[in-house]
Write a protein that binds this ligand. Sequence first.
Ligand code: NAD
Length: 492
Amino acid sequence: MVKKMFIDGEWLEGSKDKILDIINPATGKVFEQVYESSIEDTKKAIAAAKKSFYVTREWRDMDSQSRSMVLLKIAEKIDENADELAMLDTLDNGKPLREAEGDISDAAHCFRYYAGLIKAPYGGVYDVNSGFGKMRSYAVHEPIGVCAQITPWNFPMLMSVWKLAPALAAGNSVVFKPSPKAPLSTIRLFEIFEECGMPKGVCNLLQGDAEVGTEMSLSPDVDMIAFTGSTKVGQLLMKNASVNVKKIGLELGGKSPNIIFADADIDGAVEWAMIGIFFNAGQVCSAGSRIIIEKSIHDTFVEKLKRKAEAMTIGNPVNNYDIGPVIGEKDMEKILGYIQSGIEEGATLVCGGKRYTEGECADGFFICPTIFDNCTADMKIVREEIFGPVVTVQTFETVEEAIDMANDTVYGLAGAVFTSDLAKGHNVIAELRAGITWMNCYNPTFNEAPWGGYKMSGIGRELGVRGLEEYQEVKQININLTPGVLGWYENE
Ligand code: NAD
């Protein structure tokens, strides 16, 4: 049965009469279908969210204890349905099941985190000198209103929850659009919202691509646009948001450096570098796609990395191979195009570099883990986000050289340093122009800590306290503690 959209508390087929095919990237076959939303459906969803926020106000006015209880119930239901949700992410995204299981568990904890945080003290009280007598100034946080949220396909459930949990915790109403490439776990999540008694009109789910997203970002009835995806689309949305000066949150692309010093634990660094680039087949915004390695250990490191990459098992992600397919045929072609450009620009192909079509992978979109050595800063494979299982290797001799290479990018999402000298590690991290950094590890992510990018990797932060504040307005309230006549105009 074709999956429906969720508008104003009802599951609807929508008005467009167009159906999106959902493809399993491991087989290349359509296995599910979803109704695509029209502009009219989008307007209807925005109107429902607006009414629920400004007129019925049930969710917005609910006390934080009750709102927190609903969020806890959602977390519990996510855990109860974890196997189904993980399988949905594996089927439409192609990630190995064990990776999807981790995402679902994190998603449940994200709801628990914000269920707790919404009850924490917030705002502030300021002791001020007004020049008008004794005053007290304080600040409160309020929900923003109607939040439009748009997500990519690479962590379908998790990217949805990173946006929905804080927005709902803060008391907002939302209009949500997942990527048309992997919408299934989000549809199931909205069923869970309904089962948990979320008031009508507070959570609305649309399906589609640029047309729907453009309408969401242009609508004057949307108070905030929160987007995770490519920098190119983020730039468009920034322009659209200016129409009514919407609040905006952007989580965009990256080309993150992974700096490895000669004094690092080499075997540990090799393993983390693998996780840095081959987790989710390299389709991770924070992927450590540029290995920057100290010259004296270059040969040993690359040899060890090559051996491990060549030993990775490739296959249907349902069966938990090390690496699954990339999301789609066009995406695969794009990644293979980058590989070709690396070869043409003179990088040394160490391993991989081709599509994988053995056995059950014949019709899927699999790419062998790929390492390019002897890369230089001007190469396309070093400068652009490939978003696939492809890593470049550059070498350095001094700390300054490593820092310069690391920061030589328009992006600023993430970066890591491997060293046994903690002072050196801290000093290098202090120089990285990136929002998420690691020392002696790569990729662990926490609901409690702020996530987001410098430079062209984005604006704002998700997760942590900052992630909740993104979905709140701050109101300053000033109280005159000596009411009565001031005597300012004495000329009567
Ligand atoms: P994308 O930009 O193509 O699409 C993202 C979302 O935007 C999708 O839902 C898509 O339907 C929608 N969209 C596309 N065109 C639009 C338009 N003109 N107006 C409004 N919406 C539009 O990105 P993608 O391929 O889905 O995801 C990969 C990108 O996401 C990579 O660049 C990756 O680095 C980035 N990403 C960033 C983070 C982060 O936290 N910084 C996390 C995950 C992914």
